[in-house]
Design a binder for this molecule. Structure first.
Ligand SMILES: Cc1cc2nc3c(=O)[nH]c(=O)nc-3n(C[C@H](O)[C@H](O)[C@H](O)COP(=O)(O)OP(=O)(O)OC[C@H]3O[C@@H](n4cnc5c(N)ncnc54)[C@H](O)[C@@H]3O)c2cc1C
Ligand SMILES: Cc1ncc(C[n+]2csc(CCOP(=O)(O)OP(=O)(O)O)c2C)c(N)n1
Ligand SMILES: [Mg+2]
Length: 577
């Protein structure tokens, strides 16, 4: 008997290891969803918002490197997917989106729920095609999957509702997705890089997620050359945070030792990173960049030697042609600064103040969770605490909405992660803004009995935005959030819920939540006044902050409750700021 279009799609997806499809059934996509019902290799996970589906699939793809799949119906269901798909696209995560569409005979007739989906997805997806004839199968689904996996990107397939269950003629097309290839830079470039390394006396490594499979090689090279290692935030889980060669991260969320090491370095070696913050690159040092994508070489900073190849192969090729360094001064200075920095961090992390300091929350999460945990992090001030105070150990995993920097990633990403790794501990670090944005999907975790733990850093505000406003000299405005008790909300939704207001309640609440076989939310009231200090303080930020604070005292954010207007003379002064 001939197979239908949807069955052919599902067989292809199962053959590349897909085990869940995230989405919402209905209207134009019912045929595909019915085909899922009729097989047992792939599960359909009904979410409460298609954006959550796309974040879940994106997180799976980022963590596993294999294909994530989402489904949305024509029109609104498809449109809701977009933000999560952009997250996947910007973080090079292979995700396939399948959307329904009006009947093929109505295409282009401005029918009910008809959007031009190829146009709409044209920017986010590297591949977007509409099925117009069942005979395009299985080649069309093969092409979509090959693109997504092969180019680590987003593919999109549009299935008009009348074609989802249409029979596909027999075909003997075989499907082959090539595995990774071991690309090695050419000898001339390796020689040029070795020459620069030989001349350097203060070399520093900046290591990104493109070194995912090269942690051992990175460590061997750093050891060989006495070079400290800086990790991008996306690559936080590559090497444990307290490894003696690691000196933290670079950028606003980075560490002082990393900023200082960059100031002193005379040779930067970038390994698998597209680190975007140009101001943080060294001003004068020479740079070598290893990247698999030649269009990324030199696009963020001036590069002297580009090594086009995989991180692992490139370092393996470099190691035998560079002599071991005997000069440990650059490394030892950075290590001494790192010990001091960690000591400073530990002070905030063990502070007993009420309201609880968010640094303490991040540190206690890592302590309670233990090694081998998968962490998913939101965008906000919460990212700062995760970057600096959530110290990862060997075997931990960590990911976030890195290049898109979208709010609301942590909860749905935790759902995706727990499906992919049913036996691992999965912990989401959420902002109160981010958590409430897609809070409905806590019900998805409840429905599937996923034992995820969501820790809400509840500062009753869009904390990072307040800091942005103040750094620019604007008074805090429109950032306050009137929140419910999220522990209570969680319980009403069928999850376990805890509310924590005092530091000594934190450890027990985290331990109980993490031991629970059900999803658990720990709503931690954190200090809303905690400021995230950048590792390098620009005078204009200090001035901006002072101006903003004066304006706040003068009551210029007046629409917000709680800010008393100031007396006229001060007001006149701040009006001029
Ligand atoms: C609120 C917020 C604040 C942030 N602040 C910071 C910050 O202060 N510091 C920071 O570092 N990040 C920060 N980020 C993340 C930042 O925006 C970037 O996403 C991140 O720095 C990029 O990391 P990356 O270079 O490792 O990854 P990508 O940008 O994904 O780059 C990876 C690179 O590796 C290459 N590659 C892939 N595979 C291979 C391979 N096998 N071999 C060789 N090359 C390969 C790719 O072509 C690409 O060029 C923040 C994010 C958020 C949400
Ligand atoms: C979808 C989306 N909308 C808006 C923003 C801009 N933004 C970045 S961080 C942030 C505040 C996040 O607040 P919260 O989740 O409470 O975290 P906090 O900063 O307070 O820790 C906002 C609005 C964004 N990154 N993503
Ligand atoms: Mg907040």
């Amino acid at each position: 008997m001939a197979k239908d279009v949807s069955t052919v799609i599902l067989e292809t997806l199962a053959s590349v290891g897909v085990r869940q499809i995230f989405g919402i059934p209905g209207d134009a996509i019912n045929g595909l969803v019915d085909a899922v019902r009729r097989q047992d290799l792939i599960e359909f996970v009904t979410v409460r918002h298609e954006e959550a589906a796309a974040f879940a699939a994106s997180a799976q793809a980022k963590l596993t490197g294999t294909l994530g799949v989402v489904v949305g119906t024509a029109g609104p269901g498809a449109a809701h997917l977009l933000n999560g798909l952009y997250d996947a696209s910007l973080d090079s995560a292979p995700v396939l989106a399948i959307t329904g569409q009006v009947e093929s005979s109505l295409l282009g007739a401005d029918s009910h729920q008809e959007l031009d989906l190829q146009d709409l997805f044209g920017d986010v997806a590297a591949f977007t095609e509409t099925l117009v004839n069942p005979e395009q199968m299985p080649e069309l689904i093969h092409a979509a999957v090959r693109q997504a996996i092969g180019n680590r990107t987003v593919s999109h397939l549009v299935i008009p509702s009348d074609l989802a269950l249409a029979p596909v003629p027999e075909s003997n097309t075989s499907f082959y997705v090539p595995g990774g290839w071991r690309a090695r830079p050419c000898d001339e470039d390796l020689e040029a890089a070795a020459h620069l390394i030989g001349e350097a006396s203060a070399m520093t490594l900046l290591v990104g997620i493109g070194a995912r499979d090269a942690a051992a090689e990175v460590l061997a090279l750093a050891e060989h050359l006495h070079a400290p290692i800086i990790k991008t935030l996306r690559a936080k889980d590559l090497i444990p945070d307290e490894h003696p060669l690691v000196i933290g991260g670079l950028g606003l969320l980075g560490t002082e030792p990393a900023v200082h090491a960059i100031e002193r370095t005379d040779l930067l070696l970038m390994v698998g990173t597209d680190f975007p913050y140009e101001d943080f690159y060294p001003e004068k040092a020479k740079t070598i960049q290893i990247d698999i994508d030649r269009t990324h070489i030199g696009r963020r900073t001036r590069v002297d030697v580009g090594l086009i190849g995989e991180s692992e192969e490139s370092i393996r090729a470099l190691l035998p042609i560079v002599s071991a360094s005997t000069d440990r001064r650059h490394l030892e200075r950075a290590q001494a600064e790192m010990r001091e920095w960690l000591e400073q961090m530990r002070q905030a992390e063990s502070d007993d103040s009420v309201p609880i300091r968010p640094q303490r929350v991040a540190a206690e999460i890592a302590r309670a969770a233990g090694p081998g945990t998968i962490y998913l992090c939101d965008t906000g001030a919460v990212t700062v605490w995760a970057a600096r105070n959530l110290r990862l150990q060997e075997g931990d995993r960590f990911t976030l909405s890195s290049n898109l920097a979208s709010m609301a990633f942590a909860l749905p990403a935790a759902i995706g992660a727990q499906f992919a790794y049913p036996d691992s501990r999965v912990v989401a670090l959420a902002g109160d803004g981010g958590f409430s944005m897609l809070i409905g999907d806590l019900i998805t975790a409840v429905a599937h009995e996923l034992p995820i733990t969501v820790v809400v850093f509840n500062n009753s505000k869009l904390g990072l935005i307040q800091m942005e406003q103040e750094a620019e000299g604007m008074p805090e405005f429109a950032t306050r959030l009137a929140n419910p008790d999220f522990g209570e909300v969680a319980r009403a939704m069928g999850a376990e819920g805890h509310r924590v207001e005092a530091p000594d309640e934190l450890g027990p609440a985290l331990a109980t939540a993490m031991a629970s076989p059900r999803p658990a939310v720990v709503d931690v009231v954190v200090n809303p006044e905690e400021i995230t200090m950048p590792p390098r303080i620009e005078p204009r930020f200090v001035l901006g902050y002072a101006r903003a604070k004066l304006k706040e005292i003068a009551g210029k954010g007046v629409q917000e409750p709680g800010l008393a207007p100031l007396k006229e003379p001060v007001k006149r002064l701040t009006d001029r700021l």
